[in-house]
Ligand binder design. Structure first.
Ligand code: ACO
Length: 197
């Protein structure tokens, strides 16, 4: 994804980790122009991800990032676009308090780290970039992917998790009258529960 500004100036690292400040390492202090560019990148990524998943509205935007304690791992290709760089995709994670049905269909309360949004630019999908950013996040968090919950995973994400991490057996979560639970967890989530929750 190309932008009319220098991606390498905004994001020097191949993978940048952004939080509610929208800054990678506080380097935008006193530079509202760079903050605005960063917000544009996040908004465009959020819109593209929503289109790819056929969602009615983006779940990722700069304003949502500012108000929520989420982390966004942004992957770039620094060589493309005449050396100005392009954005390849992103992965957004965050903690959520969830009421889940365990293997015995008993409700349990948990607050796992969740995959909230994940997108690689269409023309670059199935080239290993999703795996690169996901593995980077797992190392950063020192986490096993089975201990995470997945918000409304798309068929592509379910295939990705089965393919790369052998996560195949998810635990059905029913819809409650007053609560719609779109999160998916896998069987070993509950087997490893004591260390997780
Ligand atoms: N059809 C089926 N499976 C796919 C597809 C596809 N079009 N694209 C990727 N995958 C899965 C497959 O398991 C594939 O392995 P294979 O090619 O051997 O079959 C594997 O992912 C490829 O791994 P990567 O190349 O590392 O993944 P990629 O860079 O494509 O990133 C991602 C995966 C993020 C799911 C990407 O395909 C994408 O952006 N899809 C559209 C948006 C989306 O569905 N995001 C997930 C939303 S749900 C959520 O975020 C909680």
């Amino acid at each position: 994804m190309e932008f009319p500004f220098d991606i390498n100036q905004l994001f020097p690292e191949r993978i940048s980790v952004l939080d509610h400040t929208l800054e990678a390492g506080g380097k935008f202090a006193g530079r509202p122009d760079l903050q605005a560019c960063c917000a544009t990148v996040i908004d465009e990524l959020g819109k593209a991800s929503a289109r790819a998943q056929q969602l009615p509205a983006p779940v990722t935007s700069a304003s949502k990032m500012k108000s929520q304690r989420h982390q966004l791992y942004l992957l770039k290709d620094g060589e493309s676009n005449g050396g100005r760089g392009v954005v390849t995709g992103f992965l957004k994670i965050g903690y959520k308090k969830l009421f889940l049905l365990d293997l015995q269909s008993v409700h349990v309360e948990a607050e796992p780290l969740c995959v909230l949004d994940f997108y690689i630019v269409e023309s670059l999908q199935r080239h290993g970039y999703g795996l690169e950013v996901f593995d980077f996040m797992l190392q950063d968090k020192n986490l096993d992917p089975v201990l995470m919950a997945y918000d409304r995973p798309s068929p592509k994400l379910l295939s990705f998790l089965a393919n790369h991490y052998h996560l195949t057996e998810n635990v059905p979560q029913v819809l409650f009258v007053h609560q719609v639970n779109n999160f998916v967890v896998f069987k070993s989530f509950f087997l490893n529960r004591s260390g997780n929750i």
